[in-house]
Each structure stands twice: as structure tokens, then as C-alpha cells.
Design a protein around this ligand. Structure first.
Ligand code: FES
Length: 282
């Protein structure tokens, strides 16, 4: 007897959830067994199983949550608690492409807020809304650790860096028109359902897709290059958006900015021969 069946027998409320068709259930069950076998404890497989059911319907339905509960011997309440906590799980049907605009601090001040407002007007949907053609779901998202490429858009969790209002509008127009769209870095774009299956832990079998995901973007590597002793000029990365002419460097300037300059931290070390430096210079 599954946990949900036990719950019913004990009079516990269960979510009304129609069953998957038999062939779909059998296919998902085989996939679920493979996922669960990767974990020492079955319940640890809940997150990938939620991605699995999301890959079937495009969102985590009550049927999907019931399926997860049955596979993992959890209650639907436990599954629901997890599915509603993480924003990567949709609770209702959405578009083929999930377009997320980062509106956290750095992206916001670099243009993310303006891009999000412009896309809402351009697409005629609000936050969490889906266009009538079922192609685009728009949402604002939290920081995706890509602040060095701000402002950033994510489409089905692939990066579109250094965006502008114009490039963002062009991006969603191309997606709606079915045009080929290439992320700035990482694997080629695929549909939301396909992305969900990859996130469930199944291999991305598109030629070259795995190889394309390797490595950090150049802007993320500046600090590493500086730490290795490469000159700031060699480590310098120019944003694709930075087409505007730059100011000529000041005579004698050695560094890109004050942040790039080596800091004399040893001078504040009490153990350093020079001793700590006080405000009075003692
Ligand atoms: S603030 Fe947008 S990626 Fe960090």
C-alpha cells in the first residue's frame, strides 16, 4: 500500500488528481526508478522527480505531485511543500519558453527593471503571465550569479547576457516567430519541457550541447587572471554592449579601477614590520 493509499485509509485529505494514462504512467515510472536508484534514500530524489513530471506536462500538476508521492512513499502534503517552495517548478501551465528578467539589485540598476517593464508592455502580460500563443511566459527572477553580465535574461535557464530593451524585445519576438535563438553562452536553447527533462538528470543528447556548457564566461574570469599575475590589460574583458568610446586613461594610471589595484593589506597587520596603520598615521 502506498503512503497516499494509507492516507486515504486513515481518512487524511488527499489532493484530487486524475491518474496519468497507463502508458504515460508506465514510462514515467521507469524513468523514476532510474532516478531513485541514484540516491541512497528514495526521498532524496524528490527534486529531480518534480522536474520529471514537469517535463511531461510543462508544469507540476496535482497528478504529478501524486505520482511523486507514490514513487517516494511520501504524503502529497510533503511533496506540495517542496514543489511550492522552489520557483523553478511551475504550478500552472505556461509557455514553451520561460523568459526570466533578473531584477535583483545589480541587474535592476543596469537596466533590468526597465527591460522587465518594456517586456510586460510589449508582450501584453504581467509577471507570471503567458502570451496567448502559448510561446512565452514572463517573470522576474532573482540573481542568477551572472551579475558580471548584467542585465541578464534567462530563457529556460539559459543565459542571455548584457541585454538592452531592444535586444530583449527582439529576443521574445524571435522566440514567438520560431526563429533560431542562441544563448550568449552555454548549451543551445530547447523547450521548457526538454529543459525539465535534462534537469531531472537525463542526458542532453543534442550534438555538442554538453561541450557547450563548459567553462565560465570571460567576465567571470577577470579575478582569476589577476590572481595568476596576468596584467589587468590582459585580463580585461569588454562587454558586447560597451560600444561607446572610452575615456582616455589618465597619465600614470596603472589599473582598470580602484577595485583592480593591489591592496596594501599587510600594512594593517600587527605582525607586519611596518605595524598597523592608524588614522593618525602612527
Ligand atoms: S543581480 Fe542579476 S544576475 Fe546577479
Amino acid at each position: 500500500m502506498t503512503t497516499s493509499e494509507q492516507g486515504v485509509s486513515l481518512g487524511m485529505p488527499q489532493l484530487p488528481a486524475p491518474a496519468y494514462p497507463a502508458d504515460v504512467h508506465a514510462r514515467l515510472e521507469a524513468d523514476a526508478k532510474e532516478i531513485i536508484s541514484r540516491y541512497p534514500g528514495a526521498r532524496s530524489a524528490l527534486l529531480p522527480l518534480l522536474h520529471l513530471v514537469q517535463s511531461e506536462e510543462g508544469h507540476v500538476s496535482r497528478t504529478g505531485m501524486q505520482f511523486c508521492a507514490d514513487q517516494l512513499d511520501l504524503t502529497t502534503a510533503e511533496v506540495t511543500a517542496v514543489a511550492t517552495f522552489y520557483s523553478m517548478y511551475r504550478r500552472r501551465p505556461g509557455g514553451e519558453y520561460q523568459v526570466g528578467v533578473c531584477t535583483n539589485t545589480l541587474c535592476a540598476v543596469m537596466g533590468g527593471d526597465a527591460i522587465f517593464s518594456a517586456l510586460q508592455e510589449h508582450l501584453g502580460v504581467g509577471n507570471g503571465g503567458t502570451t496567448e500563443d502559448g510561446k512565452i511566459s514572463l517573470e522576474h527572477i532573482e540573481c542568477n550569479a551572472a551579475c558580471d553580465f548584467a542585465p541578464v535574461l534567462m530563457v529556460n535557464w539559459e543565459f542571455f547576457d548584457n541585454q538592452t530593451i531592444e535586444s530583449a524585445k527582439r529576443l521574445v519576438d524571435d522566440l514567438r516567430a520560431g526563429a533560431q535563438v542562441e544563448p550568449t553562452r552555454g548549451a543551445p536553447l530547447c523547450t521548457f519541457k526538454e529543459t525539465s527533462r535534462i534537469l531531472a538528470g537525463f542526458p542532453d543528447e543534442r550534438p555538442g550541447a554538453v561541450e557547450a556548457t563548459g567553462g565560465a564566461g570571460p567576465a567571470s574570469l577577470i579575478g582569476l587572471k589577476l590572481a595568476r599575475g596576468e596584467t589587468p590589460a590582459a585580463a580585461r574583458v569588454v562587454s558586447p554592449r560597451a560600444a561607446a568610446p572610452r575615456q582616455a586613461p589618465q597619465p600614470g594610471a596603472e589599473h582598470l579601477s580602484s577595485h583592480d589595484a593591489p591592496q596594501q593589506t599587510s600594512a594593517s597587520d600587527p605582525g607586519h614590520p611596518a605595524g598597523p596603520v592608524t588614522e593618525e598615521g602612527e
